[in-house]
Write a protein that binds this ligand. Structure first.
Ligand SMILES: O=C1O[C@H](COP(=O)(O)O)[C@@H](O)[C@H](O)[C@H]1O
Length: 240
């Protein structure tokens, strides 16, 4: 793993740097494999990044969009990660509908939706049960509690080792989430984290010893590149 930490002076610089890294990874994947697979994060932080990507001239037909986690709500719900990414980015560019791979949230049982989407990933990436595909780029955020994707502290989802996708648990509300092993098979993982409220959890995520179950972002140790892009409010104590 190649881990790079950058602390940017403020949020605009954080988004500009995040855009640069994303564009590098997109072009690299397309040059090497003629295709780029990206998994998006939700929450509020990445919205300006998605708006910035939407203004780029990219070979959209070669880019496939997935989500690292989703709230278990319909796609038009205000909390939907899919809805945010569509309005900030995907609805503004000429990307084929078949290149957008939302997490289904219409099954009565979220575990059925998780398995259905796992099967979709296996078919798309042509991997067998038990194998993990390698996304070109996985974007992640981090909550104030140290969660990432929908891997929340002390939840069963953190223990899942064999599956691609599982059911996360946000205060008893189900969510669908990539598992840590799926994220860790990515070629490149980029955390984009902003705001002083993230500082205490970041200190624990970067500590040499701390509880991975208390701070799930510690579980993210990909085989490829790992970028931590922080604004100064979040990363003040990590500035070298
Ligand atoms: O719940 C979630 O929160 C995290 C962090 O969100 P932010 O609003 O602090 O940026 C996000 O990465 C995750 O995808 C989302 O479901």
């Amino acid at each position: 793993m190649n881990k790079i930490v950058e602390v940017l002076p403020e949020r605009t610089a954080l988004i500009e740097r995040s855009l640069e890294i994303c564009l590098e990874q997109i072009h690299k994947a397309i040059n090497e494999r003629s295709l780029c697979t990206i998994a998006l994060s939700g929450g509020s932080t990445p919205k300006p990044l998605y708006e910035a990507i939407a203004s780029q001239n990219l070979p959209w037909d070669k880019i496939h969009i997935f989500w690292g986690d989703e709230r278990y709500v319909p796609p038009d719900h205000p909390d939907s990660n899919q809805r945010m990414a569509r309005s900030a980015w995907l609805d503004k560019v000429n990307i084929p509908a078949a290149n957008i791979h939302p997490i289904p949230t219409d099954e009565a049982d979220p575990a059925v939706a998780a398995e259905k989407h796992s099967q979709h990933l296996r078919e798309f990436f042509q991997v067998q049960p038990g194998e993990f595909p390698a996304f070109d780029l996985i974007l992640l955020g981090m909550g104030d509690d140290g969660h990432t994707a929908s891997l929340f502290p002390h939840t069963e989802a953190l223990q899942v080792r064999e599956k691609l996708i599982t059911v996360g648990d946000k205060d008893t509300q189900p969510r669908i989430t990539f598992t840590a092993p799926l994220i860790n098979h990515a070629r490149c993982v980029v955390f984009v984290v902003a705001g002083a409220s993230k500082r205490p959890a970041l200190a624990q995520v970067f500590a040499s010893t701390a509880d991975d179950m208390e701070y799930p972002s510690r579980l993210i140790q990909p085989q490829g590149e790992l970028w931590w892009l922080l604004d100064e409010a979040a990363g003040l104590e990590l500035k070298s």
